[in-house]
Design a protein around this ligand. Structure first.
Ligand code: FEO
Length: 397
């Protein structure tokens, strides 16, 4: 299988998971890639990261096109999550002469995941000489796990930061400028919203840490999706600066699930009231919309309004499921609100309000709820309920 040159001495040798549609709950309509890189010095060859276990043969076939795997001297584990480390034992079996290194926390993670497998620790003070090329390392706790680490080849000016700067996107092209900058930035944003949103401070610190090293960077080669080089680096850094700052604008996300259409009617009235105030609004039916898509839109919104009718005294499971998904991502600085219709029990809004409060949404207004089918007056009231949120987000500035 083909390997792709990233620079004179570094090749992409990863795997393309064209048909992945679910990454632990994050829907991935474009699939993903597990990127690994082969760095060839005049004396030694290093493999940076492995791949998901079921894709090891693909990685080895790409390595084989460049060098016999038994000649690989070093395997670097930047991150122990199974999409990068799951295939480690199989790769080690094919590369029996390679020493294996990870961050100090990664050493413990590899041992725990691989049933006692021992690897060596590297840190910020270590430099591994491959002959004319060197590898340096920066531990990056919580970007994405405690063990995460960036690897850097100074002579090629290539940073390999694992999950940071990644996107879940399978493609035959390997570079952002080849797939198109607009698509690459959008997928970067979707990935940030669904993977890195709760880690914004750590990601911002990671960028500062790299800047503080004074490392020259000509290429950023993440572990998922396309590689950033040349003129795509500027927009990449600008986008990450906005994302890690938690930048929002006058925008509200309305998401709902419905039984017989009444909560759907209320949702449309709420949206109408918001739009009438000149505030951007997106409306999503959680029964038919991927939650990763809703979350991408929530990322730069200032409020989330959730609608559910009552079923057995509580909210519909899709709304509960979305709230559970959000609790892990822990969005901050946003307003929340609950609305919905009911028949004989009005418990749905109460549950939504409680869950939104637990996650950290400020709820400046009482929920809006009504019985059976909304009358014209109730539709007008729902419209005004939405409008008051629009006026509130305009004041948030
Ligand atoms: Fe791509 Fe945190 O693993």
């Amino acid at each position: 299988m083909r390997s792709i040159p990233v620079s004179d001495s570094i090749h992409w040798v990863g795997a393309i998971d064209w048909n992945l549609r679910d990454f632990h709950g994050y829907e991935t309509p474009r699939g993903t890639t597990y990127n690994a890189y082969l760095v060839r010095g005049s004396e030694k060859t290093a493999l940076i990261d492995t791949v998901k276990e079921s894709f090891v043969d693909e990685l080895l076939a790409r390595v084989h096109g460049i060098v016999d795997p038994t000649e690989v001297d070093l395997i670097v584990v930047n991150h122990v999550e199974p999409d990068h480390n799951g295939g480690l034992r199989k790769v080690m079996a094919a590369m029996p002469n390679a020493r294996v290194v990870a961050s100090r926390s990664g050493v413990a993670g590899v041992a725990e995941y691989h049933n006692g497998l021992e690897v060596e620790a590297v840190g910020a003070d270590d430099v591994i000489d491959l002959g004319g090329l060197t590898l340096r390392f920066l531990p990056m706790p919580m970007v994405h796990w405690p063990d995460s680490m960036f690897s850097y080849c100074a002579e090629e000016r290539v940073l390999m930061p694992n999950d940071a700067f990644g996107q879940h996107m399978a493609s035959s092209e390997r570079f952002a400028d080849e797939v198109g900058l607009r698509l690459a930035i959008e997928e970067l944003t979707v990935y940030y919203a669904n993977i890195l949103m709760p880690l914004g401070k750590q990601v911002a610190k990671a960028v500062e840490k790299v800047v503080a090293t004074g490392w020259e960077i000509g290429t950023i080669a993440p572990s998922h999706g396309v590689i950033w080089r040349g003129e795509t680096l500027g927009p990449l850094f600008e986008t990450y600066a906005r994302l890690t700052a938690g930048e929002t604008h006058e925008k509200i996300v309305v998401a709902f699930s419905t039984m017989w259409g009444s909560t759907d009617t209320l949702a449309r009235a709420v949206v109408d009231g918001i739009a009438a105030e000149g505030v951007e609004v997106d409306l999503f039916d959680l029964a038919v919309t991927p939650i990763a898509h809703v979350t991408r839109h929530l990322l730069d919104a200032r409020a989330l309004l959730l609608g559910s009718p009552a079923l057995h005294h509580g909210m519909l499971y899709r709304v509960a499921g979305y709230l559970q998904y959000l609790s892990g991502l822990h969005p901050t600085g946003k307003l929340g609100g609950a609305f919905g219709s009911y028949g004989w029990s009005s418990g749905a809004c109460k549950q939504i309000v409680e869950r939104l409060a637990e996650i950290g949404f400020e709820q400046p207004f009482e929920p809006y709820t009504q019985k059976y089918r909304p009358t014209d007056d109730e539709v007008a009231a729902a419209r005004e309920w939405g409008a008051q949120y629009a006026r509130a987000v305009k004041k948030m500035g």
